[in-house]
Structure formats: structure tokens, C-alpha cells
Design a protein around this ligand. Sequence first.
Ligand SMILES: Nc1nc2c(ncn2[C@@H]2O[C@H](COP(=O)(O)OP(=O)(O)OP(=O)(O)O)[C@@H](O)[C@H]2O)c(=O)[nH]1
Ligand SMILES: [Mg+2]
Length: 263
Amino acid sequence: MEKPSISLVIPMFNEEANIEHAIAYAVDALSQHASDYEIIIVDDASTDDSPELVRRAIAGNPRIRLIRHDFNQKLGASLRTGFAEAKNELILYMDADLPFDPEVLGRAIRAINVTRADVITGYRFDRTTEGFKRTLYSVLYNWLIRALFRISIRDVNFSFKLMRREVLKAIDLHSEGSLIDAELVVKARNRGFVIQQIGLDYFPRIRGESHLSSPGVIFKIFRELIRFYPEMRERVSHEEVQRVVREKREAAVLADDRHPIET
Ligand SMILES: Nc1nc2c(ncn2[C@@H]2O[C@H](COP(=O)(O)OP(=O)(O)OP(=O)(O)O)[C@@H](O)[C@H]2O)c(=O)[nH]1
Ligand SMILES: [Mg+2]
């Protein structure tokens, strides 16, 4: 089996305790499982040393890239920034606090090949280690998303999502906050893309601060859910999806052609 090229997108906010470690293990897994790779770290206006640590990593490995937001725009906006930059055949999204061993990438690539799926999402074998309150929130949120969109997804917000580039080309994502995961899988499914799931060992954060379980984050999920619900429900035929992807590809070629003239 030929190895795929992979773009890894890591959203980062004040992760000085984790980011170097995450990069090291990501590089190790990508070197083994990808024919070529890039790591796109989207710094959401961190106020600690994490961007500096990324810059140091870049000095030793030009496949790492840092994109910096001037102000904090939250998880969804950061992922959209990263996805827009991703150039490779497969795109993986992973948190900076290493909630899983990046080595599972090998198993996920195998799963995408074996099942011929377009998206592989990971679910936690055991999420109760998060603590009672967060486990309950996760259970309720998964239940809600499954009921609203009639989608059989086990762990919507877990940060393991491996997808073919066409999926992102065919979808316009709008969430700024943590609704982004649901928006991604629901819209992919509604455009006829196939989603398969694999179970993963989950390692809760032990260093750095948790930022995404605050009431503000949860409130924003609901605000965006109400706002984007009608659009998320829309089904799009496969022909229409192909047309959109083709148009975007042609627009990108045109933009590339124009580039030398403009500079
Ligand atoms: N773009 C962006 N990313 C964030 C923000 N807050 C956290 N993150 C990143 O999003 C990912 C997940 O954040 P976490 O704080 O680990 O959220 P969580 O996994 O729900 O909670 P814990 O693991 O318990 O901390 C990490 O890569 C963070 O660096 C933010 O305001 N903006
Ligand atoms: Mg985390």
C-alpha cells in the first residue's frame, strides 16, 4: 500500500507545557506513516511562550508551519484557518495536549483504505476519566447531535478526525466555536461522504490548562447550533458536490496561474 501525504492541523492556545512534546510525537508518527507531511499549527493568539516554542521547532523542521491569529478566535475559526492551508491528500486534526497517541494514525490510514471511507473519526474507549460532569456533558451532547441530525456518531467532539481533502473542499464550515466538529461530520454525511469510526485510548490532559469546557464555550455551541441548524440539515446530491469541488479546483488553478503575473 502506498503511503498518503498528510496535513496535520493542531489548534493551539497557551500550550507551552505540551506543544513541543506533541510536535515530537506527531513528527514521529507522520514520518512513519506519511509519504510526505506538513504540520500546521494555528496559534489562536496565545499569551504564553508556545508560539516561540513552535518557532524553535520550525528551525529544525521546515515541514512545520505556524499560523498566528492576531486575536483569539476560538477553536472552530482556528480549525478553519488550518484546513484552508492544508495541501495534502489526507488531513488530520489533533489537539495540542495529545489526547491520543499519534501512532494510531497508522491504524486510521489502514481503516480509510480498508473501508474506503472519506472520514475516520475516533471515539474514546473510556471517557469517564474526564470526570463525572464532563462525561455527562459529552453523553448529552452526543445524544443531542445524534437526535437532531439522525447521525450515528459516538463521540462527536473527540479531536481525532482524519479526512480526505475532497471532503473539506466540498464543505463550507462556519462555526467559530466548538460546534465545528458536529458541523464537519454532519455536513460531510449530508453530502454523501462515508464516515467510519475507530476506538482510541484516551489520555486526559495532565499539563497546562483546560480552556474548552467553560460555560462560555458551551453557550457558544448552542448559539451556533441554533444559527446553523437549518444549513447543517441540508442534503446535497453527490453530483452537486462534485460540481462544487470541480469549480473550487478550477478557481485554485486560475489563482495559481495569475500569481506569477501579479508578482
Ligand atoms: N483555537 C483555539 N484553540 C483552543 C482554544 N482553547 C483551547 N484550544 C485548543 O484546542 C485544543 C483542545 O483544548 P482543550 O483545552 O484540551 O479542550 P478539551 O480537550 O475539551 O479539555 P481538556 O483536555 O480537559 O483540557 C487544544 O489544542 C487547545 O490548545 C482557543 O481559545 N482557541
Ligand atoms: Mg484536551
